[in-house]
Structure formats: C-alpha cells, structure tokens
Design a protein around this ligand. Structure first.
Ligand code: HXC
Length: 513
C-alpha cells in the first residue's frame, strides 16, 4: 500500500462530510458547507485543520456503523488579515451537525488553544443540537463549551455566526460570546422550538417568527448583526475583527491609512435643528467626527434610541455610544440601557476607548418600565461606564438632563474629558417641569397662572438650558464649536494614550443583572 496515497485518499474522504447528496441539500438551501465557510472566512490557504480524523465512540442506536471522520465539526486555526484566529465550523451534513462527546472535545481543544495563545475564537454554528443517540455525554459536552466560553469572556474576543439551526441549550454558547451574527432565512435560535411552544402555550408560530434573524435583531437583541447569506456573514466577521485586539492585553490594530473629508467640518454645523424639540439623526454627528466610512453599527435594529458601534479616529478603534434623538427623543429605557452597557463592557475589556455623544432627555417614565425594572437595567449602563478604565470622552450636543446626564459617561463617574456644544442644556430636569415645581406657589398666586408659568419656565431655561453653569463648575471641561469636535477628540485620545487606571482589587464586581 502506498501510505502517502492512503493519507491523501483519507483526506479527500473527510472533505465529503456526510456525502454528496447531503452537500447538495445544503447548497440547495442556499447554505455553504462547513469547509466552504472556513475557506471563505480565513485568508487564502491559511487554514490548518486539527482533528480531521476524529471519530465518535458511541455504540448506541447503530451509531457504530455511522462514523464519519471529523465527527461533524471542522476545527483549526489560520489567519484573518494576517492575524491568528481559531475557528470551529459545524457540518450539518454529518448527523445534522449534532454535538457528540468527541465533537464537543474538538471544539474545546481549539478554545483551549485560543485562550493559551491569546487569539480570537470564531464559531460557525449549524447544528441540530445535542446528538440525541449519545444522551447525557453530549449535554456534558455542551457544558464544557459553556464553561470555556465563560472563562474566555473578556480575555479573547469570541464571535458566533449562526448559519443554520441553533436550538435548545445550544443557544447559550453564542449567548455567552461577545457578538452574534445571524444569516437571514437560513438560521434560527430558540430555547424551545415551535412544537414545544405549541404544546405548552398553545401559540402557533413558525421557526422564523420565533427565532429568526429579524426577530432576534429587532425584538430580543440576541442578534447583533444580520447577514443576507453565508458569504456576507463571513465577510462581516472579517471586517469586525479588524476593530478588535487579539486579546485583553493588546490594543486593536491601527490601520495606517485613514481618510477624513474636511467638508464634514462644515456639515456638522448644520445637523442640529434650530428648534430644540425637533429630532435629528445622531449618526450624522458621529459620521462627521470619525474617519470616513469607519462606523460599524452594532445592534442596528434593536433599541434604536441608543446607537452603538465601532469606529476609527485617525485610524484607531473607538467604541461609540450615542443617544439617538431620532428615536423616542433619545430617552434611556430598559433595552437601550442593556444594549449600551454590554457594548461599553466589551470595549473596556478589550482596551477600546469610549467616545460618547449625549442628547438625552432622561429615563423613560411609566409603570411598564418601572415594573420591568428600569432601576436595575438603567443601573447596568451606569455601572458599565463607572467601571470602565479605558480612555473616555463625552460630547454633549444638546440635552443632558437628570440622572441620564450622570449615567452617560459624566466626569463624576470617571469620564476623562467632557465637552459640550453651545447648544447643550445641562440641568436636573426640563424647564417646564422644573418651573412647575419650584415656582408652584408663585404660579398659583398669579393673576394669570399660565402666563406666570411660561415666564418662570423661560427664567429657568435661561439659567440652565445652556452649558455654562456646568462649565463654571468644571463639570464639563470646555464648551466647543461643533466643527472643533474632531480635533478635540483626536487631541483628547492622544493625551489619554498612556492612561493607567485600575479598579480596586476584588474577585469581581456585582453588576446589577
Ligand atoms: C442526531 C440529528 C440531530 C440530533 C438532526 N439529526 N438533529 N442526529 N442528533 N440532534 C440528523 C437527522 O437525523 C438527519 O439525519 C440529519 O441530521 C438532518 O436532519 P433533518 O431532520 O433531515 O434536517 P431538517 O429537516 O433540516 O431539520 C433540521 C432540524 C431537525 C430542525 C434541526 O433535524 C431537528 O429537529 N433535530 C432535532 C433537534 C433537537 O431536538 N435537538 C436536541 C435539542 S436539545 P439523516 O441521516 O437523515 O441525514 C439540546 C440540548 C442541548 O440540544 C443542551 C445544552 C445544555
């Protein structure tokens, strides 16, 4: 026997996974195979597979006669834009990509290597869940993965791409990772599927409506990015990774080249409407400050009253958190607080400076919010900012009212620099409400209470609906013109480049979950 030829033959056989017909089925659904996905994700020719001959050891339900080398998952390492990356890619053509003991062990192996060598881990998920024939050992396999996801959290970036079914407890691995990307129409995630839902709650719902990409992007927030197809999803990963460092001890890479169209210094002056009650799109302000075309919005369709995403300033990654006056007046509520907090923590864990744009009328009032715990959820954002030790700059464009002012990266909770535009209004509350409370008696005693109220409202607005009371007290560092913002941000982050700030020694904090 020609042993070299034998190896080549064996390698070829593993490439077929569950066989031609199942590969065809995968393709007919618009899905790539596990190996095609890895090829599209990694730099050309850079992928090194580990464990391609691993087989399961189960003898239940005739499985001993159904052994396929690799056992339904392709694992290994390679590069993306020249940087070391670990990957696992589940192969739906092999027993539905189901997770056996050995399949789990292969995933754990690359996770362990990623941790030891400080490099990001990318999981391409396409699986029918726990391998039913194996029972509890496959459940334990999932738990081994969850354990490693948790231990790796905040040490190396972890990205999950959902490219097929992801059901049962299997959803918790992606949930423990930093970002989830779902492919439209071919992926879904749920703890219990439509059949169980029907039995338990009598609801009739399709997989798509229960846990498709759109639902998780808009309603639950489980999905951070939606892609039209497999290739688009993998390209998003390649792009996203350029904003992140390899691990928590490093800085994100700085592309040397960046562009900034100077005409944005003109357009930025005209973004805010003259009437301070009218909305505008904060993303226009963000775009006018950062490098051209560098914004990558995260959670674009979820809790639109806050905008978050990665951007670059002179080629360096920053994390942007911005109230969005174009959605619910930019008010902070439960979902926007959760959304903002998680992103702040990712950035802080991975040494990404924070750039905050503030225009917030306050927290959303009402029984719905109070009963669902806006106190606890709002505190998440407060906690996340207060805990962050990375360089932090805030720009107040317009409203900065009440507790929301404190929460949105104020200096008193550790922001390094806090600037306000001349249009900023920094006060305990809006002038109308404030006048009603503090001038209550005067208004009641007046001949024309309505006119008195308006007069007092104007008085309060004159006093506080500007940035100068805050500037007098040093609560903000400077009042700046909109067109000066980029220069101030660049100078600020340069000044903060070597910032050292550490938290008190502790096991871990207790963020209000
Ligand atoms: C073993 C499985 C499997 C599984 C699918 N297959 N899921 N084999 N264990 N969990 C096999 C099928 O037998 C079939 O084999 C092949 O994969 C393709 O499956 P189809 O059903 O033909 O594909 P499709 O019609 O596309 O349906 C996909 C599916 C369905 C919706 C995922 O297969 C399904 O409902 N599977 C079971 C899902 C599930 O209940 N899993 C356990 C969840 S509990 P052949 O040989 O015909 O190609 C769980 C707990 C995790 O995961 C807990 C962690 C804490």
């Amino acid at each position: 026997m020609d042993r070299n030829q034998d190896l080549k033959d064996r390698r070829e056989a593993t490439k077929l996974g569950g066989g031609e017909s199942r590969i065809e089925r995968q393709h007919s659904q618009g899905k790539l195979t596990a190996r095609e996905r890895v090829t599209a994700l990694m730099d050309e020719g850079s992928f090194n597979e580990i464990g391609q001959f691993v087989e399961h050891r189960s003898t239940s339900f005739g499985l001993e006669k159904n052994k396929i080398p690799g056992d339904g998952v392709v694992t290994g390492f390679g590069t993306i834009h020249g940087r070391l990356i670990y990957v696992f890619s589940q192969d739906f053509t092999v027993l539905g990509g189901s997770l056996s003991e050995t399949h789990a062990a292969k995933i754990c192996r690359v996770m362990d290597l990623a941790m030891k060598n400080g490099a990001p881990l990318i999981g391409l998920n396409d699986s029918g869940g726990a391998r039913i024939q194996e029972g509890v050992v496959s459940l334990a396999g999932y738990a081994e993965i969850f354990y490693r996801n948790t231990r790796a959290s905040g040490v190396i970036p972890q990205i999950s791409v959902i490219m097929g079914p992801c059901a049962g407890g299997a959803v918790y691995s992606p949930a423990l990772t930093d970002f989830t990307i779902m492919v439209e129409d071919t992926s879904y995630m749920f703890v219990t599927g439509p059949n169980v839902v029907k039995t338990v709650t009598h609801e009739e719902v399709t997989s798509e409506d229960l846990g498709g990409a759109k639902v998780h992007a808009e309603k639950s927030g489980v999905n951070h990015f939606t892609a039209g197809n497999d290739i688009e999803a993998l390209q998003k990963v390649r792009d996203l990774i350029t904003f992140m460092p390899q691990n928590a001890n490093e800085l994100a890479p700085s592309p040397t080249k960046f562009e900034f169209n100077k005409s944005k210094l003109e357009t930025i002056k005209k973004i805010l409407p003259d009437n301070n009650t009218l909305p505008y799109d904060i993303r226009k302000v963000v775009a006018a400050v950062i490098d051209d075309n560098s914004f990558r919005e995260v959670h674009e369709d979820f809790a639109k009253n806050i905008v978050i995403g990665f951007a670059r300033v002179e080629g360096r990654t920053v994390g942007v958190i911005a109230n969005q006056p174009a959605s619910m007046a930019g008010v902070l509520d439960i979902e926007s607080s959760r959304k903002g907090a998680r992103f702040v923590r990712f950035c802080d864990a991975f040494n990404i400076p924070l750039l905050v744009f503030e225009d917030v009328p306050g927290f959303l009032p009402g029984t719905d919010q109070e009963w669902k715990g806006i106190i606890t959820h709002g505190a998440k954002l407060l906690y996340a900012f207060a805990e962050a030790t990375v360089p932090r700059i805030t720009i107040i464009t317009r409203k900065a009212y009440g507790g929301a002012f404190d929460v949105m990266n104020s200096k008193s909770i550790g922001a390094d620099l806090n600037f306000a535009w001349p249009t900023a209004e920094i006060a305990v509350m809006g002038a109308k409400g404030a006048a009603e409370i503090i001038f209550k008696r005067e208004i009641a005693a007046a001949e024309d209470p309505q006119a008195k109220w308006l007069e007092k409202e104007a008085e309060y607005a004159e006093m506080f609906a500007n940035p100068y009371r805050a500037a007098e007290r040093g609560i903000i560092d400077d009042v700046i013109l909109p067109e000066e913002t980029r220069a101030k941000v660049i100078a600020g982050f340069k000044m903060l480049e070597n910032k050292v700030d550490t938290l008190p020694k502790k096991k871990h904090g207790n963020i209000p979950l």
